[in-house]
Ligand binder design. Sequence first.
Ligand code: SAH
Length: 344
Amino acid sequence: MKVIDKFLESHWLSKPEYMELLQAWEDVETAGRLRDEAVRLRKQYYGNKVFTRGLIEFTNYCKNNCYYCGIRGGNSHVKRYRLTGDEILECCKAGYELGYRTFVLQGGEDAYYTDEKMAEIIYRIKKEYPDCALTLSIGEKSYESYRMFRRAGADRYLLRHETADDELYSSLHPETMRLETRKQCLLHLKELGYQVGAGFMVGAPGQRLDHLAEDLWFLQTLKPQMIGIGPFIPHHDTIYAQEKAGSVELTLFLLSVIRVMFPKILLPATTALGTLDPKGREKGLAAGANVVMPNLSPVKNRKLYELYDNKICTGDEAAECRACLGRRVESVGYQLVEERGDAL
Ligand code: SAH
């Protein structure tokens, strides 16, 4: 029996079998069958709905120094900014009027926002918009901090594990950062009742197919509610400036694999995918994704949250982004909906 047949039947493989499946990513027939099953499952659970998450990039200060990231602390060429609580609430207001029912607060690891300040911002947003879900994406914190944010009203947390391979993790991050810590944080978040999102970059420098098989295996054990994957894209002010970007096709293949493994997963077609290919997000939806994360950050700050080069949507007002995405989503037969879009 071919591994693709086994996967389509059982939705579940061993680590060596995932490796075998990934080795077939350039095989048109395998990729096509996989995509068909991913789309079938996605439609079974979510119909033609696509959920939106209004992304608010509220600070580009960061104490970490992830080697691939444009806003890493060690990059002295970045003009740094922070949004005030009022500015963040303004973004939510604009988003709410446009139909967003989930807000994502994302930022570097910025000690200026103490736990108390964060909790207050979370509390204000949830009080003003009790019908909305609030997602945090602010990196590694202690169990107590995560608990405080949860009590203040945060519902979800995005923390990509980046790679489940120890060696690759160490090569992409400074010594102060450990894969073990990342994993521990994800477990804490689960324990505290967050809907949790893990994920990784496709084509990160040094990444091989067996690393990706390891990622799938890790996800299979973690069972998160959301999985964010996007292609690696070099940033000019990093040691990886001259590296190749990740493959769009391989990213699409992985989106389909993930949808088949976890039929109910919340799976975004990411901005990085849209940056590498003008139709990247549409292709992502057509490969099994069911979430988009348009930018709600103030236009004056957008360009400064530059994780990688040529990031799209840095000039558009929130309303333009909403309209543009609506058209894109419809072009592949789906519909943006005004819902929180919780995990099933
Ligand atoms: N500080 C938060 C948010 C990180 S930014 C945290 O630590 O979770 C969100 C994601 O962007 C990262 O998890 C990473 O996977 C991705 N990213 C960073 N640099 C990138 C690059 N050069 N290309 C593609 N994705 C990148």
